[in-house]
Design a protein around this ligand. Structure first.
Ligand code: FEO
Ligand code: CA
Ligand code: CA
Ligand code: CA
Length: 600
């Protein structure tokens, strides 16, 4: 539980300096161990990982590739054990197979790749006196892949836009893919965002129906976006045969790890976009508010406000009710205005009042009623169209184009909402939207963190930039007003989380400052607001994801170690975590303080 407002208490560690080591570097006095890595057994009977002879059958029972979001979910009555839930976002085939030919997978390679996607639920057990976590292979675990059946809910379900040859009812979708970040719900489930699914469908350019074509274009489907080439072996990924299959991905999915036989859900009431994540705030009357961002340049920030109230408790009937909360309510998109529009010139120079700040409005797009009926709030679009082509609805609503909204998460104590805007090098170029106060730099390479003070169930908010990232020696950066000579440099924020003291932790992807990506703690409240300290760095070419911060341990996902220019299994740039001349393996890592609590 988060008990503080984030004054910087709990950030007492020596910051890790920027570096380019092929290692996970932690502060002095901290230890680390790999919890689980690509290919490790998850399901009973899973074979040991064999890099040279990987099969789809083995991969379906093993930990998948490129772990992104991670969450720990308590198990009732078993205080030392947790469900570790983890997204397996995408595959980098060049790392998975020696001699891989780009855009030309064998059937075995394509099917290993499908099985390496999705979500893993794996029980882990802790050891007293250390932060180490050990996975337990067993029937409680689960691998969800690109082939697992999901139930589609909300206005998209059964609509003409999602019916396919294999599913004429338009209610059962096979698989989840491109699962980036996510969140945990108060009722004990995991939410996961389907993000870059446009990279999995072939023949987008052969679709001729104008409406279908427009829908594909608005979500960046194109022949050259598909680098997995699954359509060669599975026709549903070939848009020339089944263009509607594209409309069955791009949702927030919900998984109940307490029941490994449960059918996971795709929630279309939260819209279809490139969801980075979804994270929940519960208001004092039990209204559930889910925040979600659309991660592509110039895309939008959304929230869903439930009209049902949360059912307290963790029994079976509470779970049944709560699993339906994200179906009924209103979906909104954010429009932001700045306080000093005349002072924004795209350089990142602070307005004279010393901050980038302003107001905003949530514009309704869609309401789903208790009886399952739904109403579009956008002229010329049906409710089903708004649920499936949500970007188009938000365009019509006049939403504010942001610098790639990544993870967004409400602070459990203060209720303020933090969103990472990772970068946008196209801002202000070639006829694209120029800088505004919330996205104050053109050709933005380093990103920013925005803080919303939201009337959660209402439609008004104020906002302020907490960080404008980049080299603190540069004039176009801002660290919450804190002394910039005393901060760790941060660039390209991606995932956000909170520690038990209420400080914000940020993991990065794509550090534009020529050092490895890392994990940072940032104070939010009081005189240290904006203090930023790097807690760890990940190995060469990797992105830092996951993160989970508890009293006892920090967990990070190390995604795509070694992913540098011209990477391949034939000449790996990273040998992490197994060392020697081994292939790099995406892994989940636990870090803890020897004989103590994190940051204390
Ligand atoms: Fe998969 Fe938006 O990062
Ligand atoms: Ca991300
Ligand atoms: Ca998060
Ligand atoms: Ca990312």
């Amino acid at each position: 539980p988060v008990t503080g407002s984030g004054t910087g208490d709990g950030m007492a560690f020596t910051p890790v300096a920027p570096n380019t080591q092929d290692a996970l570097v932690v502060p002095d006095g901290y230890e680390q161990s790999v919890v689980i890595r690509w290919g490790d057994p998850v399901m009973p009977g899973a074979p040991a990982f064999d890099f040279a002879a990987q099969t789809p059958q083995a991969q379906e029972m093993q930990f998948g590739f490129n772990n992104d979001f991670a969450g720990l979910i308590a198990i009732d009555g078993e205080p030392n054990n947790f469900y570790l839930v983890c997204n397996q976002e995408y595959t980098t085939e060049e790392f998975m197979f020696t001699g891989y030919k780009k855009l030309d997978p064998t059937e075995n390679q394509a099917r290993v790749s499908m099985a390496a996607h999705g979500i893993t639920v794996v029980e882990v057990t802790s050891e007293s006196g250390s932060g180490k976590l050990t996975p337990l292979v067993g029937q409680r675990n689960r691998r969800i892949t690109a082939s697992t059946p999901f139930t589609l809910t909300g206005p998209a379900a059964g609509s003409e836009f999602v019916k396919t040859t294999a599913d004429p009812a338009g209610t059962t979708v096979l698989g989840t893919i491109a699962n980036c970040s996510g969140g945990l719900t108060p009722w004990g489930t995991m939410l996961s965002g389907e993000e870059n699914y446009n990279n999995y469908f072939s023949n987008a350019d052969k679709v001729t129906d104008p409406a279908a074509k427009e829908g594909l274009d608005r979500y960046s489907f194109a022949d050259d976006a598909d680098y997995h080439v699954w359509g060669r072996y599975e026709s549903r990924f070939d848009l020339a045969r089944d263009p509607n299959e594209a409309n069955r991905f791009g949702y927030v999915v919900e998984v109940n790890p307490h029941d490994p036989t449960s059918t996971p859900i795709k929630h279309s009431s939260l819209g279809r976009l490139k969801h980075e994540s979804a994270n929940i705030f519960v208001t004092s009357d039990g209204t559930v508010v889910a925040y979600t961002g659309d991660d592509e340049r110039f895309e939008y920030i959304y929230k869903f406000v439930s009209s049902k109230k949360i059912t307290p408790g963790n029994g079976a009937s509470a779970m049944r009710n709560n699993l339906r909360i994200l179906e009924v309510g209103t979906l909104y998109v954010a429009r932001l205005t700045g306080e000093a529009p005349d002072q924004i010139d795209g350089s990142g120079k602070l307005p004279t009042d010393g901050k980038f700040a302003g107001k905003g409005t949530w514009i309704p797009l869609l309401t789903v009623n208790d009886d399952g009926s739904s109403e579009s709030k956008i002229a010329g679009m049906t409710a089903a169209q708004v649920a499936v082509f949500t970007r188009t609805a938000a365009d019509k609503a006049g939403a504010t184009k942001m610098d790639r909204p990544e993870d967004i998460e409400p602070h459990p104590k203060t209720g303020k909402v933090y969103c990472a805007l990772t970068n946008n090098t196209k801002r202000g170029t070639d006829g694209e939207a120029g800088a505004d106060e919330a996205n104050p730099r053109n050709e933005n390479k380093n990103g920013q963190i925005i803080e919303f003070t939201d009337d959660h169930a209402g439609t008004e908010f104020t906002w302020e930039l907490l960080l404008v990232c980049g080299d603190p020696a540069e004039a176009d950066t801002y660290y919450g007003g804190f002394d910039k000579t005393k901060v760790s440099p941060i660039s390209c924020p991606d995932n956000v989380a909170f520690d038990p003291h209420g400080n914000l932790w940020i993991s990065t992807d794509g550090n534009a400052l020529k050092s490895n990506d890392g994990l940072f703690a940032v104070a939010l409240d009081g005189e240290n607001r904006g203090e930023t300290k790097q807690f760890l760095t990940v190995p060469r070419g990797a992105e830092t994801c996951g993160p989970i911060i508890t009293e006892d341990r920090v967990i990070v996902c190390v995604q795509h170690p070694g992913e540098e220019d011209e990477y391949s299994a034939d000449k790996p740039y990273s040998n992490w975590p197994d060392g020697g001349s081994s292939q790099p393996r995406p892994s989940v890592v636990a870090v803890w303080k020897t004989g103590g609590k994190i940051g204390v």
